[in-house]
Write a protein that binds this ligand. Sequence first.
Ligand SMILES: Nc1nc2c(c(=O)[nH]1)N[C@H]1C(S)=C(S)[C@@H](COP(=O)(O)OP(=O)(O)OC[C@H]3O[C@@H](n4cnc5c(N)ncnc54)[C@H](O)[C@@H]3O)O[C@H]1N2
Ligand code: MOO
Length: 414
Amino acid sequence: MSAQTAPGTSATPVSWSVARSLVHAAGRVAAPEPVDVPLAGADGLTLAEPLTTLTDLPAFPTSSVDGWAVRGDGPWRIVGRVLAGSIPPPLTEVGTTVEIATGAMVPASADALLRVEESTRDADGRVTGTPRRQPEWRLPGEEAAAGEELLPAGIPVTPGVVGLAASCGHDTLRVRPAPRAALLVFGDELLTAGPPGAGRVRDALGPSVPAWLRRYGCAVDPARVVAPVADTLPAHVAAIRQALADVDLVCTTGGTMHGPVDHLHPALAELGAEYVVNTVAVRPGFPMLVARVTGPDGRSRFVAGLPGNPQSAVVALVSLVAPLLAGLTGRPEPEPPMITLGDEVPGRGDFTHLALVRLDPRLGTAHPVRHVGSAMLRGLARADGFAVIEPGTRGRPGDRVPFVPLPLPAGEEP
Ligand SMILES: Nc1nc2c(c(=O)[nH]1)N[C@H]1C(S)=C(S)[C@@H](COP(=O)(O)OP(=O)(O)OC[C@H]3O[C@@H](n4cnc5c(N)ncnc54)[C@H](O)[C@@H]3O)O[C@H]1N2
Ligand code: MOO
């Protein structure tokens, strides 16, 4: 897929799904080199290579119970004790047993394990009982054989992955680093404290966009959040250039249109940027864009232009920034899961409609929320994500449609 037009030329909106594929592909070719990180620091990053186990799992025959490892038929004479953490001597004689702890290595020549609660001792101190038919120990390689691939590259590192990596012997994981992001907020009308009024609005994006970016796995240094940047072309160019020097992604808000103080497009032209996507056939948020700037080191860095209307800015995050970050971290393009609409949702003509919805976990349906103007955040603050209404269609109750979640971890839904 080729990138869209060069800055300065008029843009034809690209379809929402094509735009997502374009930015994902652009991110993938620019993905930073993998790094090795200690297990404890890997949560939330992305596996850069498949996870293979360094040993058989389990690595040795491991008792699943507290009891007796026995050889031959009982009663058995006790010849020792095996605790977890050591190599036991073999049971050399028929009719003998060792006391064994859960997790201990089963001695060679043991035939069976007898649970302590299913055993008795006779007058001579010998052990009696009937071992269960089912083996009470785990065999080496039962879970995985040494060298076996357990997880593919490109999946997120979760606590489950960290635990698995530790249990199969890894101290570090080769991962894609967290993309570093900066935020530049444009708009001289913005207030950064106190109530809005007298023609000025409160900056809603400076405090919230870094939080969304972090939830997408970005590292955002607070020093790289500049809100607001003065509404002049030189200030825009300088701010973007400076931010590009040490991040992978610069998000900007506002100025995506062509109003008297909308300087984003001219600034991108001055920086020699090339559009990956310039305007998307989606409502709200259509003036969103992603541009690529090649640094002196030859590596591509990205500018994501989020529209100034606050809900539109979030639509741009879920529409373009999420697949771009997936590409930059070597993850597959996010595939929206399907949901069932519980109510009517209007279409937006030839454009895709991203409609804020709240999921009803009881009924398994999605319901549009109120207060969803592109300048509003009231609906969004109570929503789980967006139902995707394809161009030329409208949503009816019972329709199955794609769903783009807001990056809210389970348990944090509003
Ligand atoms: N002639 C046209 N004008 C506009 C069109 C159009 O098609 N033709 N589209 C509108 C749409 S849709 C959008 S979205 C906006 C996008 O504009 P910009 O990205 O250039 O954003 P601004 O003009 O800077 O701001 C738009 C709006 O949002 C408020 N804003 C900006 N930043 C923030 C912030 N950080 N926190 C809260 N609110 C913010 C700003 O005050 C404006 O009200 O263009 C329309 N115009
Ligand atoms: O597309 Mo604008 O982003 O509707 O508000």
